[in-house]
Design a protein around this ligand. Structure first.
Ligand code: PMP
Length: 282
């Protein structure tokens, strides 16, 4: 049985209760973060807290907890649950109120929950052999830069990908790939790594940012621009990044092999450099 954090208290998971009037429950009026834990240490916690604050401020949720309080919650959860490898999920919702679309009538106290989840992060089959993806229309709202819990379409896209025999979905808007259902996407075209530039249409991934730094340091050419699925079909390599996947090679897109059909050299180099970066920081 896990110990979870809920509104200032650490309790057994079966004792943690959220109100049916919580706006997170009724309107998906909440923000979340997922931070990886490797060898008992957090990866990029300060970046996750900064992004949490940005998302909260974009939708006007006021959180009383300080950065140091948030760090303490994460550390306490690792300790109380003896978490070695996995993740911490943190969710901040606008608060509890009778059902009402309007939220600015009365100032609400944000609800905060956080819990640990065990997950294998290193040496997974996906990381070593790669994954397959299918292109699906991006039917999400136009503010995917905000990490809100409004994830229904991401769930539907992943489920549809699975129905089509693939591991994940790449989302297409106006003819260009925006991102994966829960990750940022990259391709390697003519030796240059291509990933879409940040905008309101995609999440500013923390792993994406780390990978751009790795590319810079390793003197590997890269460009931030939109790309089409057709370009991805002709890429020599493709990969995705996220906090709990790190870097997964993408070896098949819409049933077609990417390059050799096996994880390629640029992807493997980045997996290695990212792990070095993680080991230095944990
Ligand atoms: N895009 C989306 C839609 C995501 O859900 C995620 C994972 N949270 C990412 C990108 C990757 O972000 P990060 O590297 O910060 O986990």
């Amino acid at each position: 049985m896990r110990t979870v954090y809920i509104n200032g208290e650490y309790v057994a998971e079966n004792e943690a209760k959220v109100s049916v009037f919580d706006r997170g429950f009724m309107f998906a009026d909440s923000i979340y973060e997922v931070t990886a834990v490797h060898r008992g240490s957090l990866i990029g916690i300060s970046q996750h807290i900064s992004r949490l604050r940005r998302s909260l401020s974009e939708i006007g949720i006021c959180l009383k907890l300080t950065d140091s309080d948030l760090q303490t919650i994460h550390h306490q959860l690792i300790e109380r649950n003896q978490l070695n490898e996995g993740l911490i999920y943190l969710q901040v919702s606008r608060g509890v109120q009778d059902r009402n679309f309007l939220y600015s009538d009365a100032p609400l106290e944000a609800s905060v929950v956080a819990f640990t989840q065990v997950k294998q992060l290193v040496g997974t089959k996906a990381a070593t052999s790669g994954i397959s993806v299918v292109g699906l229309p991006d039917l999400r709202w136009h503010r995917s830069d905000i990490k809100s819990t409004q994830l229904l379409y991401a769930c539907m896209a992943k489920d549809e990908a699975k129905r089509q025999g693939a591991d994940d979905a790449w989302l297409i808007r106006d003819g260009y790939v925006t991102e994966g259902a829960s990750n940022n996407v990259f391709i390697v075209l003519d030796g240059v790594v291509v990933t879409r530039e940040l905008s309101s249409l995609l999440l500013p991934g923390i792993t994406r940012d780390s990978i751009l730094k790795c590319l810079d340091e390793a003197d590997i050419n890269f460009v931030e621009r939109p790309f089409t699925l057709e370009e991805a079909y002709s890429a020599s390599e493709a990969f995705i990044t996220s906090s709990t996947s790190f870097v997964y090679p993408v070896v098949q897109i819409d049933g077609q092999s990417v390059g050799s059909g096996y994880p390629g050299p640029v992807t493997k180099t980045l997996q290695h450099l990212y792990m070095l970066q993680v080991s230095e920081n944990v």
